[in-house]
Design a protein around this ligand. Sequence first.
Ligand code: PLP
Length: 372
Amino acid sequence: MTELPRPRPGIQQIAAYVGGQSKLQGQAEVLKLSSNENPLGPGPAALAAFRALVGGNAGASLHRYPSSDHAQLRAAIADLHGLDAARVICGVGSDEIIALLCHAYAGEGDEVLYSAHGFLMYRISALAAGATPVIAPETERRADVDALLAAVTPRTRLVFLANPNNPTGTFLPEAEVQRLADGLPPSVLLVLDGAYVEYINGFDGGLSMVEARENVVVTRTFSKIYGLGGLRVGWGYAPGHVIDALSRIRPPFNLSDMQQEIAIAALGDQAHVARSRDENAAARAWLTAALRGMGLAVDDSEGNFVLARFAGADAALAADAAARDAGIILRRMDSYGFPEALRITVGTMEDCQRLVSVLAGQGKGQAGAGRT
Ligand SMILES: Cc1ncc(COP(=O)(O)O)c(C=O)c1O
């Protein structure tokens, strides 16, 4: 028998990431609340940039490779946030920055640490790099700094913390994040994943920590509040020595010129960001209260989604089925270790009301969750 080529052992341990479903059989129109997308979509400036590119003569240069240094996009990001453009790196979503960090800093025998309900891509990227994922317990679904620090070993290379966290929506106050950074050996890189940072007014997601320390990195994305998940643009801000390492392995033409130009237009439209933040906050408060009113356990969320915990896995399954029957797609949380929960993206107020009326109609007598 000939032996087939085999991937490295870590690869076989990866359960491939499955994105939120966007279609339901037999339903032409669905309400997708499964991927933490902005229900308002992209802002007018990003849309205008897209239309100008498609309607203009951008096609005439499709045979040309795009800018590989992302100079204009990095400058626009740096301008908006008051950063050093030389220490901004852009990727195909923040997913790519996470992957680059794992490939550059963790390999066989190394450990990548994150908290129990951390974003799934931390595990996938760690295993893809040949490293060992390590999980620290959380307290009440929130990252626990003491538990994270206790899990650090001489093999730890990276610590990932999403703040706010997906899928719990919980937030670790800045003083706690500073305490985490203070407690880590200087050789360990702390990655602050800011995918949902803009949903908290005035929060910089740790960008100032990057300025003050040599081992802190922040990742950000255009996929959430900017309403551009389909564009696939994210970025990181890091000390110069980290940018140097990541730049050596970043695929040089990872972003097309169109991606870069639309992202620049989106940055210039902070009115859309503010409106998205305000509408999300109002709809999230309403949704949280309505779900709690039905007896579900829901933590305060700082993101554009809430985690609704039911009495058990069966109740969650029944609610998911009822939502689907009504054309609404939610996200099952089995892969995050929450079989009793559904993650619900905060839609428009109207979307939230539609969902709640479906769940209320279905859930009577089933939704008696143990509230914490
Ligand atoms: C916490 C967190 N980090 C990173 C990402 C990756 O987003 P993207 O690759 O679209 O920037 C997501 C997407 O859902 C997320 O929830």
